[in-house]
Design a protein around this ligand. Structure first.
Ligand SMILES: Nc1nc2c(ncn2[C@@H]2O[C@H](COP(=O)(O)OP(=O)(O)OP(=O)(O)O)[C@@H](O)[C@H]2O)c(=O)[nH]1
Ligand SMILES: [Mg+2]
Length: 237
């Protein structure tokens, strides 16, 4: 029997096809609606000279830790604000607030990614200053956030060495969308099986133009080149 309506096995393929088309239509509608809000956000960022960067990764790769260290290093050189995305809690927003920069937490509930509409509302609360840098820390997830434009200037993917060097090949969309890959937790390289050169080769197979930096947010190794990248990107924007 057909798994969807019990209409008989011989109709299964036709029914699957109709079902798949319906799902594709819904996905296109959702992404189309998201794009309209993303375009509004992008216009706002351009108008106010705000450099917006969308940080994406699996849960726990070190996004918040890296942000806290980055803010400490740069907050006296440029104005910084943060939008935090998590399914639940304001734990990450509390960590950012401790650095004394403006922060807004978005809780997505069951959703596994931020969308441009929620960012638009967060911008009203945050009111980032002109010519500032705005970091958006997306929900920890290596798949869905890559599909949703938030209006950012660039997407940055953070991959920690405990996750395995094969991730660019297994989650290609994320690496195809990102302008920069940060390989984090390099202080743990002596203890894990992670081939940095192989990881970079995989990432460039997916995205030949992706820039790569290596950091340890806990030992601060690689923090200077990352801050240089930020200041240069800010100046260019
Ligand atoms: N050894 C090591 N640990 C790190 C590094 N960066 C972060 N961590 C640790 O990794 C854990 C997760 O770090 P977070 O900064 O919370 O990671 P996240 O990506 O913000 O996590 P989610 O927001 O939950 O997705 C914490 O225990 C950090 O102390 C690093 O460079 N080296
Ligand atoms: Mg975090």
């Amino acid at each position: 029997m057909c798994g969807y309506c019990g209409c008989g096995h011989e109709h299964k393929h036709e029914h699957d096809h109709a079902h798949d088309s319906r799902i594709m239509q819904i996905e296109q509608d959702i992404l189309g609606e998201n794009q309209r809000f993303a375009d509004q956000n992008r216009a706002y960022f351009t108008q106010h000279g705000i450099l917006t960067l969308n940080l994406m990764s699996s849960p726990g790769s070190g996004k918040t830790t890296l942000l806290v260290e980055t803010i400490r290093a740069l907050k006296h050189r440029c104005a910084i604000s943060v939008i935090e995305g998590d399914q639940q809690t304001d734990l990450d927003a509390q960590r950012i607030a401790a650095t004394a920069v403006p922060v807004v937490q978005i809780n997505t509930g069951k959703a596994c990614h931020l969308n441009a509409h929620r960012i638009g509302h967060a911008l009203s609360d945050l009111a980032p200053s002109n010519n500032s840098v705005l970091f958006i820390e997306n929900v920890g997830n290596l798949v869905c956030p890559a599909l949703f434009d938030l209006g950012e200037k660039a997407k940055i993917v953070i991959l920690s060495v405990t996750e395995g060097d094969d991730k660019p090949l297994k989650y290609p969309h994320m690496f195809a969308e990102a302008s920069l890959m940060i390989i984090n937790k390099i202080d743990l390289l002596p203890y894990v099986s992670f081939n940095v050169a192989q990881c970079i080769e995989y990432a460039r197979r997916i995205n030949p133009h992706i820039a790569v930096l290596q950091t340890s947010a806990t030992t601060q190794q690689g923090l200077l080149p990352w801050c240089d990248w930020l200041l240069k990107t800010h100046a260019a924007a």
